[in-house]
Design a protein around this ligand. Structure first.
Ligand SMILES: Cc1cc2nc3c(=O)[nH]c(=O)nc-3n(C[C@H](O)[C@H](O)[C@H](O)COP(=O)(O)O)c2cc1C
Length: 186
């Protein structure tokens, strides 16, 4: 049975990105996998910013990354890139900390003007960490995400494509070749 770790990188306590990360974890957990969620904002700030990888909470978080077969990186778009909070954590991982893993990059943002930030800013980091397979990235507009009475709601324009990328990631986790994932013949 494979395991997935969602890493969400918003500093906000009411983070929409975090809620999307929870949603993705729940969807992946239903198909016989374990899915865990690491909220970087909950790590001790001193240890995180001081790169103290021996601090128990940081060492535990790094260990959770090492044990996962798949990683979902969920970040808000900040200043046309991904969040500094997520970067602070990724910088603590070993050089090839994503080796052998499938990765799904997800971003939320306020404007589609920055939809490519996930590919020009985050994807190179994923590759530099040695990911086995980074599937198609996905960007959600923040106005498509709402939380009413604690319940997450995603606008249909985003809900369907999000379900598709979760499915694609699920197949990548199972080691299905990319061409098959996309429904093409090789
Ligand atoms: C400091 C800051 C910088 C932001 N910069 C951008 C940006 O450059 N491009 C964009 O599309 N949205 C930007 N946004 C909007 C957020 O990406 C968007 O609202 C996101 O969904 C917030 O996610 P969260 O609720 O998980 O924190 C910014 C928001 C903040 C607070």
């Amino acid at each position: 049975m494979s395991s997935v770790l969602v890493i969400s990188g918003s500093p906000s306590r009411t983070s929409k990105t975090e809620r999307i990360g929870e949603h993705v974890a729940q969807r992946l957990a239903t198909s016989g996998r374990t899915a865990d969620h690491l909220r970087v904002r909950t790590l001790p700030a001193d240890a995180l910013l001081g790169a103290d990888t021996r601090a128990p909470a940081i060492a535990d978080a790094i260990g959770r990354v090492a044990e996962a077969d798949g990683i979902v990186l969920a970040t808000p778009t900040y200043k046309a890139a991904y969040s500094g909070l997520l970067k602070a954590f990724l910088d603590l991982l070993p050089q090839f900390g994503f080796a052998g893993k499938a990765v799904l990059p997800l971003a939320t943002g306020g404007t589609i003007s920055h939809v490519l930030a996930i590919d020009y800013a985050l994807r190179p980091v994923v590759h530099s960490l040695g990911a086995r397979h980074a599937v198609q990235s996905f960007f959600l507009l923040d106005k498509h995400i709402s939380v009413v009475d604690g319940q997450l709601s995603v606008h249909p324009d985003s809900a369907e494509p999000l379900a598709d990328v979760i499915e694609q990631f699920s197949k990548a986790l199972d080691g299905v070749p990319h061409s098959t994932v996309l429904g093409r013949t090789a």
